[in-house]
Structures are given as structure tokens and as C-alpha cells.
Design a protein around this ligand. Sequence first.
Ligand SMILES: Nc1ncnc2c1ncn2[C@@H]1O[C@H](COP(=O)(O)OP(=O)(O)OP(=O)(O)O)[C@@H](O)[C@H]1O
Length: 282
Amino acid sequence: MAELDWREIVFQQPGPELGGDAQPGYGHMRKAGLDTSHGVVLYLDDISVSFDGFRALNKLSLTIDTGELRCIIGPNGAGKTTMMDVITGKTRPDAGGAFFGQTIDLLALREAEIVEAGIGRKFQKPTVFEQLSVQDNLELALKTDKRARKTLGFRLSAAQRQRVEEVLVQIRLEDQAARRAGDLSHGQKQWLEIGMLLMLDPKLLLLDEPVAGMTDFETDRTAELFASLAGKHTLVVVEHDMEFVRKIAHKVTVLHEGSVLAEGSLEQVQADERVVEVYLGR
Ligand SMILES: Nc1ncnc2c1ncn2[C@@H]1O[C@H](COP(=O)(O)OP(=O)(O)OP(=O)(O)O)[C@@H](O)[C@H]1O
């Protein structure tokens, strides 16, 4: 069966110019242009997006600090997905600015370049390679890394192998490494996909309703995982599950009709009458 042939195509030893085994990871090279010295990793400035005259985002301004775990909540149609689409280059705004750190103008980059710059996105539904093992899925994630692709070779570098091991532990699937991904539970698949993002060591992770469909146990585990990732990574989590938000959030942003309605601790936004009216009181 030719199912592992992709290894030959995908995995290539980094050459000396890339540090080869000497590189503990790839992230810092990819993010060479990222400057978060002012403590801000993402800055959206007056972003507007219209679809056929309807304003999905309306002068949206938002600042996310480095290492934060930010929750974005809001009613259906508030613009949460559109905001993620703008950050990742999927949707281009009609007006406004979007900056990754001090210097990277996201609106000047293509989608693949934004991934390369260090922004990873997890959509709601898990999209793992079901026929492959957990470990192979993680290894395959490196395929999107330009530097891993560039050079010739066959096996993973020691640094890459070590990264797979680290991520397996982080997502708590170390005893499932050889298991077929299709046989995992829904929650485990979600963790695996997060692990695939982590293989590229993103500075900013965007996560869309990560605990939808999870059991309570899986939701708790996910809260622990996110808490462990914050600090090293910045997490922006769009979520409707308020219990989950309560577990993880330090700061919550409420979107409504394409702009920020309220921002603060969960207690603060829950006490805001406007938020209760448009969202929490439903
Ligand atoms: N490609 C599109 N074409 C037309 N309208 C769109 C498009 N994408 C989004 N919209 C509209 O823009 C508004 C904002 O949508 P968006 O998906 O960003 O909201 P959301 O906050 O993510 O909602 P939900 O919680 O339901 O996912 C909605 O009214 C939606 O119908």
C-alpha cells in the first residue's frame, strides 16, 4: 500500500543553511519579521467589510496582547467569522488596517503567507487525515512549512521528531500515536488538529468553536490545553459555550453588528446590560 509515499515528497531534511538538526524548531525563523516588542500581537484598526451592501464588520477595532487567551463572543451574525477571515486573508476588508505585531501588514499578505508568518487557524469541524495515524498526521502538518519543503531528503530531522513528541504530549495523545486518526473520538480529533497547527509553532492561534460537540470531560481537557498554550502562544477563541469561556477566559470581547460592544472580564461583560440584551439574555 502506497499510503506512506507522501513522506518522500513531504519530509525533507533541512540543509545547513536552515540549521538542520541544530534548529530546535522552525518558528523563530518563520517569524523573523514579527515584532511584538510593544506587547501587541494583533491590531485591527477600523475594519469594515460589506457583503452586497450589508456591513458584516463595521469599523471594528481590536487589540490582542502577546500571550493572551482572548475569547470572542456574540450573537449569530455578529461578525466573528468574518473577523477571523480578515485576519487570515480569506476576506479583504473595504477599509481599515490589520497588523501582526508592529510591522507585518496582514492586508498585504496572501493566505499562505499569513500562515507562514505565524498565524494558525482551526475551523470548527476537525479535518484530520482519517486514514493516517496520529503521528503521521502531525508529521504531515510540516508539509505546509516552506523550509521543510525546500530541501531534499527523506527522514525527519531530529528537531522535527522531537517536536512531534512534544506535541503528542501537549495534546495528550502520546499513547495514541500509532492509532488511526479516524478511530479517535471527536474531542481527540480536535486536539490532533490543534496539534497539527502547533507543529508549525504559530505565534497566534485562531480557534473557532473548539469545544462544540465535545463531552464534558473533553471540554475540561481542552480548557487545560488552552491554559497550557497561552503565554507561549496567543489564542483567540470564538465560542458560544459560556461555561467553557468561564473556564478559560481572562478577557472577553463581545461583538455585535460588526463592532465591539463590550470588553473586559467575563463578569464585567455579563453585567453589561447591552450585552445581556443582545446576547446573554437570549
Ligand atoms: N460571504 C458572505 N456573503 C454574504 N454575507 C455574508 C458572507 N459572510 C458572512 N455574511 C454575513 O455577514 C454577517 C456576519 O457573519 P459572520 O459569519 O461573520 O457572523 P458570526 O458572528 O461568525 O456568526 P455565527 O456565530 O453564526 O457563526 C452575517 O449576517 C452573514 O450572513
